[in-house]
Design a protein around this ligand. Structure first.
Ligand code: PGA
Length: 257
């Protein structure tokens, strides 16, 4: 597992391969010779190959935003783990709320994908989080328990050492309304308690838990200082050089413990 803190950029459906490569070289020039957290880029599938070609000289990691759970076959439009590995992918985001809600992925699909990723010795970034009405009806814990229990079905203790969790409350994603430190601390605590029930104290304490949802340079300092936060999964702000490097600097300055 890469060292904490971890900053992962989820570019969603943004940037061509050329734009991705340009962003990477510009960011690298900005951060040259600076100490950094571990940084994972998750561009669209079409950029993975090209970004990997320049990543091998740089100290960043490459992630995909999704994968299909079958190895090959008649699954039009899907991408397999072998294909991702051949593009240099080391991480795969699984169960992002947009996959769950727009593309109707179930906990069962997500569980199959986590197994598929782990079989290739690749690290899943497993996303969980409640919707606004779950929070308003005090069902956050219930939702997180279900997502963790069903998403991690059949995943044993050894496999858990390869998983990164991203706590992303759905109401905070892309809305400009981030969860405040109290809410983040409470949810990360809940997740560790649930993992303690399901696994062990070591796993609950050591697993990296990233926060995601409207992370920006100006809230990143207080969020990274929040107890239990090991880094971020960043959408919108990861597309902008100044914003993304600002967050990276805040993470570095406030969490290198
Ligand atoms: P956001 O997205 O930073 O734009 O809120 C986060 C995510 O979806 O991972």
């Amino acid at each position: 597992m890469i060292p904490k803190p971890i900053v992962a950029a989820n570019w969603k459906m943004h940037k061509t391969p050329q734009e991705g490569v340009k962003f990477l070289s510009e960011l690298n020039n900005l951060l040259l010779d600076k100490e950094m957290p571990s940084i994972i880029f998750c561009p669209p599938f079409t950029s993975l190959f090209h970004m990997n070609e320049i990543l091998s000289d740089l100290e960043y990691f490459l992630g995909a935003q999704n994968v299909y759970f079958e190895n090959e076959g008649a699954f039009t439009g899907e991408i397999s783990m072998n294909m991702l590995v051949s593009c240099g992918v080391q991480y795969v985001i699984i169960g992002h709320s947009e996959r769950r809600h727009i593309f109707k992925e179930s906990n069962n699909d997500i569980n199959k994908k986590i197994h598929t990723v782990l079989k290739q010795e690749i690290f899943p970034i497993f996303c969980i989080g409640e919707k606004l009405d779950d929070r308003e009806t005090n069902n956050t814990r219930k939702v997180l328990v279900k997502q963790l229990e069903e998403g991690l079905l059949g995943i044993n203790k050894d496999m858990m050492s390869k998983i990164i969790i991203a706590y992303e409350p759905v109401w905070a994603i892309g809305t400009g309304i981030n969860a405040v430190p109290n809410q983040v601390e409470e949810s990360h605590d809940m997740i560790r308690e649930i993992l303690l029930d399901l696994y062990s104290m070591n796993i609950a304490n050591d697993i990296p838990i990233l926060y995601g949802g409207s992370v920006k340079p100006d809230n990143s300092e207080e969020l990274i200082k929040t107890k239990g936060v090991d880094g971020f999964l960043i959408g919108g702000a990861s597309l902008n050089l100044e914003m993304f490097s600002g967050i990276i600097e805040n993470v570095h300055n406030n969490s290198m413990r």
